[in-house]
Every structure is written in structure tokens, then in C-alpha cells.
Write a protein that binds this ligand. Structure first.
Ligand code: URP
Ligand code: ZN
Ligand code: ZN
Length: 470
């Protein structure tokens, strides 16, 4: 059985921080201790001066997702390779229920396309747009037999993915009772659509109007509504991509009342603010993601919530669309909205830079402890989505998904040296502290500095259990 030992690294988990050796065998962590004795057949890796971190768990990514008339530009192959280079070893992507595809059909379809391509382990949330009795039966079956225990619903995008309040309530009630999680995109979709129509009628076509027509107040209103639906359903709820204090204040109040509300934010909301929209250049389409970037004041609240556990997860919402036409055969992505901001596909890349950017702006800049960094990027997402302790920690018996991270190295980010198929990064030219040196997936070395040692199809679908929030 293949075995290797990582020597002398600083092992950091959500709760501990110590120097030790870690023995990996048969895909799992077999032993953790001082000066572990091993045979000559065991490969040795010296991690002196490096952090030994649990592989990152990114629970919000979009690979090959059909969103409106286009498709995200990372395949399961390119997106998971980029994730690995960034220190992430498990992702949770989406299967989309459509008029043609049932919940179970959507999950099977996403698995068929992911399976031969994935370079790291993966799972799926199912996006549910329509709810009736047969759908609820499928949802229960998916939870019990397919290892899919979370379902995303949208309060935005009317006519495309939006579900009404009753549908969301029905899902919350059943999924909550069965021990799963409903993840909610909270924005008031119909009011936002009205604002978009009015902006276009007034001749406002540039990307800045994407932000102006999606006010934080409407994120807050929908968040409040989602919380009340969850409260009535007596179910936990998870808010994706929280960007503003208008949303956060309802989350904080609900948690204070003892309602099981959980939420993520994304690195872009911490790194950038709405000053990027102060122009009419089409380049600004890079920042057209939903919700849009908010004010510096919102960032202060996001950091406070990250520190004090009102936000529990930093996920990427990696949703890449190319700026240039014809890039790698994907035609008309961001350019679709050249003359109409409402046609710009919403989303931005970020899968490879999540760990290092949060390390730099969080840990290096003194906002987060190392343990909190691990909690936010690996342990809590694994717990909230039923992956723990297989994923999200370094412990005897857990999968040997391990990152050797150099906290003193610096790197300058460029799209052409990242591994996504997206032709831009929001961090172009930014110099960050910290660098992923080696990545092990179930004990196999898949990233060694700039070298790729993984293989498409080596990732596995991870069936997930119930929410471990309490
Ligand atoms: O802009 C974004 N976030 N696009 C992806 C779809 C979603 O809402 O998560
Ligand atoms: Zn969303
Ligand atoms: Zn998303």
C-alpha cells in the first residue's frame, strides 16, 4: 500500500497548531506524531518551515454550468486542476433541475460529465427551480440514496431559476426535517428585474448599471424573508455569497435569536469594493457578478462577521466567463452584454486564489487567526455540507488531503499563470504572501510547485451525509 510521511511541518487544523510528522497510507492519515518510525519503502517529504493544512473545501463553484444562454468557461477538468493548484482538494458544484431534467436526472447528468474529468474529489448541490410532490420525493431519494444533501434555490433571476416563497418553504420543511441544507441566493428578483428594465429604458447600458440595479437593500429584504421561511419551517438555512451589511444584519439578528442560520462570503467581496464600477468602460464587465461588490463599510462588517462566526465559510462562487471572444472555443461570454449590461453573464473566476488571497488579507494582515483560516476554508464547509471528518481536517482516519503551504513566500498573480480557462483574474498584478507548495489528494502528490502530477478522472464523487452544524 502506497505510503508517505510529511516530516516536521506545522500542522494547523481548526483547533490545533503543532509541529509533527503525518503518515499517509491507503489514502488516509494513518498516524500523527513526533519522529514517526517508518520503513524504507515510505516516501519522505520535508515540510520544515511549512504549514501542513487540510486540503481546502470550496462549496460554491460552477464548472460547465449552463447559466442562461451561455456556459461557464471551466470544464470539470480545468476547474478542478485550478482548484488543486490553489490548495483546494474538494469542491461542491451544482446539478441543475430543468423542465427537461428531474432532480435525479440532473444529478446523474452532472456526474456523467464530471466523473471522467475531475482531478480532485467533488460533490454536487442540486439547484431546484420547481417544487411539487414528485420533486420532493426525488429530493428525499437524493438525500437518502445519492449522497446529495443540499439544495440551492434562487430568489433572483425570475423566469430562469427563481423559485417562489412557497416552493422555498416546502423545500426547507422537508430537507430540514431530513437533516439536509437549503442554500439560498437571496435577492429580490422581481424588483431587481424592474430596476433593470427602467435603467435600460433610460439608455443606461454600461456594466456599472449591473451594480446600481441590484441594491444591497434588496439583498437584505430577501435574506430577511428567507430567514422567516426557515424559522417557520424549523429548518437550518445557508445563505450563499453574502455581500452586504443589509443582508448580514438579518443573519446576525437571527443567530442571536437562536435560529440556525449559516452563511458564506467570497474573497471578491473582501478584496474589492464598488469603486470599480465608477466608469462606463466595458472592462468593468469583469466585476459583473451577483451580488455586485459593495461599499468599504460593508467589508468592515463582513470581516467582523468572519471573526465572530456570523459568517462561517469563505467560498469562491467561481463562475468564470471569458472577456475575449473565441477564447478556447467559447463564443460570446461577457461580450454578450457589450451594448446591454443585463446580458453580461454574471460571475467571476477565483477558485485558484481563494486560499492565498484569504491568507494574505486575513491572516497576514492580522484579521484572522490561522485556526480560523482553516475553519473558514475547510473545516466548517465540510461540516455544514456533510463531508466531515472525511474532509476538512487532518486527523487519523481522515482522507489524506493535505496542502504544504509556505507562509513566507510571495507571488504575483497573473491570469496566464493560473490554471483556469478564464482569460482574466480579478487579482491581475496583485502580489500576495503565501504559496501552495505541494498538494496531496488522498495521499497522492498531485501538485508539486508548478508541476502537475494529477490525472483527470482521479477525483471521486463524495456522497455526503447530514448537516453537522451543532
Ligand atoms: O454572479 C454569480 N454569482 N453567478 C453565479 C450564479 C450565482 O448566483 O451563484
Ligand atoms: Zn447565487
Ligand atoms: Zn454561484
Amino acid at each position: 500500500m502506497n505510503a508517505s510521511v510529511i516530516r516536521n511541518g506545522r500542522v494547523i487544523t481548526a483547533s490545533d497548531d503543532f509541529t509533527a510528522d503525518v503518515l499517509m497510507q491507503g489514502g488516509v492519515v494513518r498516524a500523527i506524531g513526533l519522529q514517526l518510525e517508518v520503513g524504507p519503502e515510505v516516501a519522505e517529504f520535508d515540510a520544515t518551515g511549512l504549514y501542513v493544512l487540510p486540503g481546502g473545501v470550496d462549496t460554491h463553484v460552477h464548472m460547465e454550468n449552463v447559466i442562461g444562454p451561455t456556459i461557464t468557461c471551466d470544464t470539470f477538468a480545468s476547474g478542478t486542476r485550478a482548484a488543486a493548484f490553489g490548495g483546494t482538494t474538494t469542491v461542491v458544484d451544482f446539478a441543475l433541475q430543468t423542465a427537461e431534467d428531474s432532480v435525479l436526472g440532473a444529478i446523474a447528468r452532472a456526474q456523467r460529465s464530471a466523473e471522467p474529468q475531475v482531478n480532485i474529489d467533488y460533490s454536487l448541490h442540486c439547484i431546484v427551480t420547481h417544487v411539487d410532490k414528485p420533486v420532493l420525493a426525488d429530493v428525499r431519494h437524493a438525500m437518502r440514496h445519492e449522497g446529495v444533501s443540499s439544495f440551492k434555490m434562487f430568489m433572483a433571476y425570475p423566469g430562469v431559476m427563481m423559485a417562489d416563497d412557497a416552493a422555498i418553504f416546502r423545500m426547507l420543511r422537508q430537507v430540514g426535517a431530513d437533516g439536509g441544507m437549503v442554500a439560498l441566493h437571496a435577492e429580490n428578483g422581481t424588483v431587481i428585474d424592474l430596476l433593470i428594465q427602467e435603467a435600460l429604458e433610460a439608455g443606461h447600458t454600461s456594466p456599472r448599471y449591473h451594480a446600481l440595479t441590484r441594491p444591497a437593500l434588496m439583498e437584505g429584504e430577501a435574506t430577511h424573508r428567507g430567514i422567516r421561511l426557515a424559522e417557520l419551517a424549523e429548518a437550518p438555512i445557508y445563505f450563499v455569497h453574502v455581500s452586504s451589511n443589509q443582508a448580514l444584519k438579518h443573519i446576525v439578528a437571527a443567530r442571536d435569536e437562536g435560529i440556525p442560520v449559516f452563511a458564506e462570503t467570497c474573497p471578491h467581496y473582501l478584496l474589492f469594493d464598488d469603486a470599480v464600477y465608477d466608469n462606463d468602460d466595458f472592462e468593468t464587465a469583469k466585476y459583473v457578478m451577483t451580488p455586485p461588490l459593495r461599499k468599504p463599510e460593508d467589508q468592515k462588517h463582513l470581516w467582523r462577521a468572519l471573526r465572530y462566526d456570523d459568517l462561517q465559510v469563505v467560498a469562491t462562487d467561481h463562475c468564470p466567463f471569458c472577456m475575449k471572444e473565441g477564447h478556447l472555443g467559447y463564443r460570446l461570454q461577457k461580450q454578450r452584454g457589450k451594448d446591454d449590461f443585463s446580458l453580461i453573464p454574471n460571475g467571476a473566476p477565483g477558485i485558484e486564489t481563494r486560499m492565498v488571497s484569504l491568507f494574505d488579507i486575513g491572516v497576514v494582515q492580522g484579521r484572522l487567526s490561522l485556526n480560523r483560516f482553516v475553519q473558514l476554508t475547510a473545516t466548517t464547509p465540510a461540516k455544514l455540507f456533510g463531508l466531515f471528518p472525511k474532509k476538512g481536517t487532518i486527523a487519523v482516519g481522515s482522507d489524506a488531503d493535505i496542502v504544504l503551504f509556505d507562509p513566507d513566500a510571495t507571488q504575483t498573480i497573473h491570469a496566464h499563470t493560473l490554471h483556469s480557462q478564464c482569460d482574466y483574474t480579478l487579482l491581475e498584478g496583485h502580489t500576495l504572501r503565501g504559496r501552495v507548495e505541494k498538494v496531496f489528494l488522498r495521499g497522492q502528490l498531485i501538485v508539486d510547485g508548478p508541476q502537475w502530477l494529477g490525472r483527470e478522472g482521479m477525483g471521486r464523487f463524495v456522497p455526503r451525509g447530514t448537516v453537522q452544524a451543532f
